[in-house]
Design a protein around this ligand. Structure first.
Ligand code: NAD
Length: 486
């Protein structure tokens, strides 16, 4: 099997330490690829290349239209190869093929969206009391490191690459170690375009060493990170010493609130989709279902009936709704939480067992009889485990919904539109839905309140994360300040 390389300063290179990693298909446990692994020397080289490309080789002066054209060409190439990318994503991550197809098209649209945004008017002019023309221009932040997780390997990288390149930054991408394949393939497309050397780099390898170097290296101007909250805290602490700009898209424990007046069947289906899509490995998963007492028995009974319809199997099979978890490690974590929940006294209504045979498959699990202080209610599990909470009044629903340290996403189901709006406005979360869940748009800002992160990806907000505003004040009549003669 050929070893897949990293891409540094316009060249495909092996990690200097000679280490490799086997990449596993989580549905079969077979090795599907071998990739090189970088070390601290390699990430330093990539950062130096990105720094040189930006500050010395002229990317800092690059024109928006040129960057936009590169992104549009990349979008077309990705679109042409979309089915190959979707299959590879499913083989590496395990997710159902239809979700992978959706992700690839999302990635294509991210490149097109930011290609468009690059050339649109930016900046401001403003009126001041003096004889001065005052304005704000926006400038690229510089060298940015993009660190991404394994649950959406392609789109998490492309949403950051697209915005950063559109803004005029140079980038170093560090994908999650277990799922690098679609990002490597993306770089094969990038390599066919006319990006100057050093503008886009790819470094593979473990987060602990490579991520640490990114966090402390003074040549990195900004880190855009998506991953766990604990990792985000570590990065923020280390990056503070060089005052790096930070965007942190972190974990969640998002509530889905169902009122008694909700459309019953719609709410049941969304409650399952919200938590079990992508095997629950979604930062915005609706992993806490908060149901009104009067509806509770009927709703839970129906969930139990419907959950059995979820077809579990290899993601590559067209009718699969839930694939395997991404890795053995993740399977162990999730099974560990099934034990924790049972030991805490919650009732395991269904599922939570590993499925025998090859692959990291687990049955979707539902816990009832929970209390707000339980670990399964408070902590992000990042797997197919739903915990159910009960409320009687609107105030109690809001209190429960806000009752964790996270604030990423939330959903409310009700046919009273005023109530839906009232409740969603009181839930402290960055991504919210009324009578739907999981709809994600490249045009809208993605990110969380509280411990779910800082800053936003996507949309115009995501673009600004890669820019610094600079004010310029121009005296219209060049006259003395009058300071010495007052
Ligand atoms: P993780 O934090 O373990 O890893 C994320 C990335 O950080 C990987 O590339 C990893 O190699 C790297 N990394 C690990 N240790 C590092 C360190 N010390 N310094 C710098 N980088 C380091 O997360 P994961 O397990 O890959 O992904 C799951 C987590 O990601 C979940 O918590 C999930 O909620 C979160 N997530 C958040 C969003 C969002 O938009 N808010 C989206 C997807 C996933």
């Amino acid at each position: 099997m050929d070893i897949k390389n990293m891409y540094i300063d316009g060249k495909w290179v092996l990690g200097s330490g000679g280490r490799t990693r086997k990449i596993i298909n989580p549905a079969t446990e077979e090795v599907i690829s071998i990739v090189t692994e970088g070390n601290v020397d390699d990430i330093k080289l990539a950062i130096v290349a990105a720094h040189r490309a930006f500050y010395e080789d002229g990317w800092i002066e690059s024109k928006a239209r040129y960057r936009s054209e590169l992104l549009l060409r990349l979008a077309s190439k990705l679109e042409e190869a979309s089915e190959e990318f979707a299959i590879l994503e499913t083989l590496n991550n395990g997710k159902p093929i239809n979700e992978s197809r959706f992700d690839v098209i999302d990635a294509v649209n991210q490149f097109r969206y930011y290609a468009g945004l690059a050339t649109k008017p930016h900046g401001q002019v403003y009126d001041v009391p003096d004889d001065v023309q005052a304005m704000v221009v926006i400038e690229a932040i510089g060298v940015v490191a993009l660190i991404t997780p394994w649950n959406y390997p392609l789109v998490m990288a492309t949403q950051k690459i697209a915005a950063a390149i559109a803004a005029g930054c140079t980038v170093v991408v560090k994908p999650a170690s277990v799922t690098p394949l679609t990002v490597i393939k993306l770089f094969e497309l990038i390599d066919q375009l006319d990006f100057p050397n050093g503008v886009i780099n790819l470094v593979l390898g473990p987060g602990a060493t490579i991520g640490n170097e990114i966090s402390v290296n003074p040549l990195v101007d900004k880190i855009s990170f998506t991953g766990g909250t604990e990792t985000g805290i570590e990065i923020a602490q280390k990056a503070a010493h060089t005052m790096k700009r930070l965007s942190l898209e972190l974990g969640g424990k998002s509530p889905l609130v169902v009122f008694e007046d909700a459309d019953f069947d719609v709410a049941v289906e969304y409650a399952l989709f919200a938590v079990f899509a992508n095997q629950g490995q979604v930062c915005s998963a609706g992993s806490r279902l908060i149901v009104q007492e009067s509806l509770y028995e009927r709703f839970v009974a129906e969930l139990l009936l419907q959950v059995k319809k979820i077809k579990i199997g290899p993601g590559i099979e067209e009718d699969t709704l839930m694939g395997p978890l991404v890795s053995e490690n993740q399977l162990k974590n999730v099974l560990g939480y099934v034990d924790i929940g049972s030991n805490e006294g919650a009732t395991l209504l269904c599922g939570g067992k590993q499925i025998e045979g090859k692959g990291y498959f687990i049955e979707p699990a539902i816990f009832t009889d929970t209390t707000p202080d339980m670990r399964i209610v408070q902590e992000e599990i990042f797997g197919p485990i739903l915990v159910i909470q009960k409320f009687s009044t609107e105030e109690e629903a809001i209190r429960l919904a806000n009752g964790t340290k996270f604030g990423l996403a939330a959903g409310v189901f009700t046919n009273d539109s005023a109530k839906g709006m009232r409740v969603i406005r009181k839930i402290r979360a960055g991504i919210t839905w009324i009578n739907t869940y999981h709809n994600t748009y490249n045009e809208a800002p993605w990110g969380g309140f509280k411990m779910s992160g800082i800053g936003r990806d996507l949309g115009t907000y995501g673009f600004q994360q890669f820019l610094e505003p600079k004010q310029i004040n121009i005296k219209l009549n060049v006259t003395p300040a009058g300071w010495l003669s007052q």
